[in-house]
Structure formats: structure tokens, C-alpha cells
Design a protein. Structure first.
Length: 181
């Protein structure tokens, strides 16, 4: 309590918290798990967060400074939440760093794969099939639908400016095309 007096206040903390909350809200939409067959597992939920974080961070990193700093703050906050989640799942203190290293490799590896494939719907669907469904989706056309969702999200996010992120705006479209306006 008294130690809080000596802590440095992060002026971006509220902004970052709002953005991370929006990313989790978008990633946890039931439609992904019910209609699109994303495995409702720790790994499936992690992969949905990765997809949404990739899309938001991609736009933030394309904007001029200080957007890159905000992007890094979001990544740091996400990994703090991953650490907390592992501990709540009962992963021991000794195993957490190894699991975090594995998660970081997956996070950045998937981001790189999605970035390379984003312009090509078929390649993106293949990357989604591999990373999100382990090559065998329970819903046959789900990887293509998730790929189209990612492309639509990237297009919508490309319209945002830094001030929109500061305001906590992350306008992800509906995951299913028939729901899109």
C-alpha cells in the first residue's frame, strides 16, 4: 500500500487496459467457437487473441510515433495477462518461464505467417487452418471464413488513426459475412 506511493504512474495504463480488454472481447466472441469450430480450449482462445492482437498491432505499428510505443505497451500487457492465466491454471513457477517462451514464439511466429499471407485469401486460410485448427477444422470452410474476417478486420482497422486507439476504438466486423452490414 505505502509502496504504491513510490511507483511510477504509467500514463498509458488506462489506454492499454482498454485496448487489451477490446482485444479479449473480440477474441472471445461465441461465434468463433460455436459456428466456426475454433477449439474452445486454452490454445484455441490463445490463438484467437493472437489473431486480434496481430491485426490491431499491425495497424498501430504502421502509424507514426508514438503508436509503436503504445503497440509495445499492449504486447507487454498481453504477456502479463498470459503469465497470470498460466499461474491461475496451476502452472508452477518453475514452468511458467518456459511456457511463456513457447507462447512468445507462437505469438510472433503466427503474426509473421499472417502478415505474409494477409493479401492472399487462400494462403491466409492455409495459415489459419494450420495455426488455429491444427490442419483439421471441424467446420470445413471455417479457415476461409476466418481468413475473410481477418482481411475485413485489417481493412477496417486501416482506417483508424492513433487518436482512435487512444479512445479505445477497435471496430472489428462481424465474424460471419451474412452478419456484416
Amino acid at each position: 500500500m505505502i509502496f504504491n506511493l513510490f511507483r511510477r504512474r504509467d500514463p498509458n495504463a488506462a489506454i492499454v487496459e482498454r485496448l487489451v480488454e477490446r482485444l479479449y472481447e473480440a477474441a472471445r466472441q461465441p461465434v468463433f467457437f460455436r459456428e466456426l469450430g475454433v477449439p474452445d480450449t486454452v490454445e484455441g482462445r490463445f490463438d484467437m487473441v493472437v489473431i486480434h492482437a496481430f491485426l490491431a498491432l499491425r495497424r498501430l505499428n504502421a502509424l507514426p510515433a508514438p503508436a509503436g510505443d503504445l503497440a509495445q505497451d499492449v504486447v507487454d500487457a498481453l504477456f502479463r495477462s498470459f503469465d497470470t492465466a498460466l499461474r491461475e491454471l496451476g502452472v508452477g513457477d518453475i514452468s511458467v518461464p518456459k511456457r511463456m517462451k513457447t507462447m512468445a514464439a507462437a505469438f510472433y511466429g503466427r503474426g509473421k505467417a499472417y502478415e505474409q499471407a494477409l493479401a492472399d485469401g487462400d494462403a491466409l486460410a492455409d495459415a489459419v487452418a494450420l495455426n488455429l485448427y491444427g490442419r483439421t477444422p471441424s467446420v470445413p470452410d471455417a479457415p476461409a471464413k476466418v481468413a475473410r474476417y481477418m482481411q475485413a478486420s485489417a481493412a477496417r482497422l486501416s482506417e483508424l488513426e492513433f487518436a482512435d486507439f487512444v479512445d479505445g476504438l477497435l471496430p472489428f466486423p462481424s465474424p460471419l459475412p451474412e452478419d456484416r452490414a
